[in-house]
Design a protein around this ligand. Structure first.
Ligand code: UDP
Length: 344
């Protein structure tokens, strides 16, 4: 079966969230039909184009997701709906196991019941915990160090077992650090609360640009004594548009090889940037000398997470358009200049 986009309908769970909403745009641009399933508990209604059907529902309620499949024909599901704050997951693991694990279980059971057999699942490099060696390949042992990573790993196990028992075809994509905004300025990154590095650096730049005292910085660098070249954490930042294009490649792969099976791929750009390098790049892009305070490490933060994404590049025939963090920063800065957050 070929993956002619115009004949394909994809259900996007979490399509009102950060990555999900970019995915919806990219699917529409690619000619797919799209429906969104979202509780709107954390996402933004206005991130979904008006032409796209929004099925409002809660994945933890089996009847909600079951109802979404009734009377509709989906060729595949892209499953983004999940909670994704490491710190929150440590404090409230019940939320993470219920939403991420039980919610996914309800989804795959509804898919089984309604004969939908292809799933792309948002997994994470947090499933690796503190890796024994770098860069991280798909065969690096998975040993999560927080409930968020644990919840995603549990779903990966579910998908493997469902492939064997029920014939489910799935691809789990293990994201490294999703970042950036749409390159055409149509969509940005909005989290509430915002905890991510690049938005917080750019908010600080915006504060100074608006006349704020540079010395009264709100930006904190978590940890400066880590075993990395400059002592700050190193991450592999992948542009949100590149993440989304990998999902379309994953869908195409499942169409070409529809036999039951569960595969997993890392999505990153094979390059690490330290927190200080990211801040410096933000200073260059914004033209503002961004100040920061060095504070203690954040609980649950591994020192270094860098992907070996060569399997995705080869098997999905995926090539990231943005090989380093600069473009993500440029696009995010453009977005914040045009859509300044209320708190800045
Ligand atoms: N970080 C930081 N200050 C902040 C937010 C994040 O120093 O205000 C660091 C964090 O410790 C991590 C990196 O920036 O090493 C990326 O954090 P983010 O929350 O963006 O993504 P994560 O790696 O947790 O998924």
């Amino acid at each position: 079966m070929s993956a002619s986009a115009s004949e394909q309908t994809v259900l996007v769970t979490g399509g009102a969230g950060y990555i999900g909403s970019h995915m919806v745009r990219q699917l529409l641009t690619g000619g797919f039909n799209v429906a969104v399933f979202d509780s709107l508990s954390r996402g933004n209604r206005d991130a979904i184009p008006e032409t796209v059907e929004l099925i409002e529902g809660d994945l933890t309620q089996a009847e909600d997701i079951d109802a979404a499949f009734k009377g509709r024909n989906f060729d595949a599901v892209m499953h983004f709906a999940a909670l994704a704050y490491v710190g929150e997951s440590v404090e409230q693991p019940d939320l993470y196991y219920r939403n991420n694990v039980m919610g996914s279980l309800n989804l795959v059971d509804a898919m089984r019941k309604h004969g939908v057999n292809k799933l792309v699942f948002s997994s994470t490099c947090a499933t690796y915990g503190t890796p024994e060696s770098l860069p991280i390949t798909e065969s690096t042992p998975q040993a999560p160090i927080n409930p968020y990573g644990q919840s995603k790993l549990m779903v990966e196990h579910v998908l493997k077992d469902y492939a064997v028992a029920y014939g489910l075809r799935s691809i789990a994509l293990r994201y490294f650090n999703a970042s950036g905004s749409a390159s055409d300025g149509s969509l940005g990154e909005r989290h509430d609360p915002e905890t991510h590095l690049i938005p917080l650096i750019l908010w600080e730049a915006l504060r100074v640009k608006n006349g704020g005292d540079p010395k009264g910085t709100n930006l904190r660098v978590f940890g400066s004594d880590l075993p990395t070249p400059d002592g700050t954490c190193v991450r592999d930042y992948i542009h949100v548009e590149d993440l989304c294009s990998a999902h379309i490649k994953a869908f195409e792969r499942m169409c070409k090889t529809p036999e039951a099976g569960a595969e997993q791929f890392n999505l990153g750009v094979n390059q690490g940037f330290s927190v200080l390098e990211v801040i410096n790049t933000c200073s260059e892009v914004t033209g503002i000398d961004i100040q920061y305070d060095l504070v203690g490490r954040r609980a649950g933060d591994p020192a270094e997470l860098v992907a070996d994404a060569s399997a995705a590049m080869q098997k999905l025939q995926w090539t990231p358009n943005y090989p380093n963090v600069r473009a993500a920063i440029e696009h995010a800065w453009q977005w914040y200049l045009e859509h300044p957050p209320e708190s800045v």
